[in-house]
Design a protein around this ligand. Sequence first.
Ligand code: 5GP
Ligand code: ZN
Length: 135
Amino acid sequence: MSDNCIFCKILKGEIPSAKIYEDELTYAFLDISGDFYGHTLVIPKKHCANVLECDPSTLQAVMETTQLVSKHYVDNCGFTGVNLFNNSGVSAEQSVMHLHFHIVPRSENDGYHISPINEGNKVDLSEVKAKLEVK
Ligand code: 5GP
Ligand code: ZN
């Protein structure tokens, strides 16, 4: 737990939240923004900042809960797909520094556009590969 972290405060019950699912290692609750119907956040109970800093077992637990809740939305709640995303780091627009994955449940014709729009920028993939390949 981290004293000044709002998601740790949610886990401690100091800030109310709309719980969707909970187990020993993780907690899922509705995002407060109300931007997308059912927008859900999945967090570990153990505080860590983001994907870049958490240990693999914590990330695994969060991903398993993300899959469980996503399948629940599709199997039991009338949705047909989900968008999943995570922001790790201030430059990636992370605003709460406690690891979380976003789930946005989707339906045909829901009118949302969440995937990045690729406008066909000219990129030299071999140059990018030379720079980014894991060696
Ligand atoms: P980030 O930008 O860090 O990826 O996402 C943080 C998310 O946390 C935002 O979507 C924001 O709406 C949500 N959020 C921030 N404060 C609270 C809160 O107190 N309660 C809940 N339920 N969501 C919050
Ligand atoms: Zn925290």
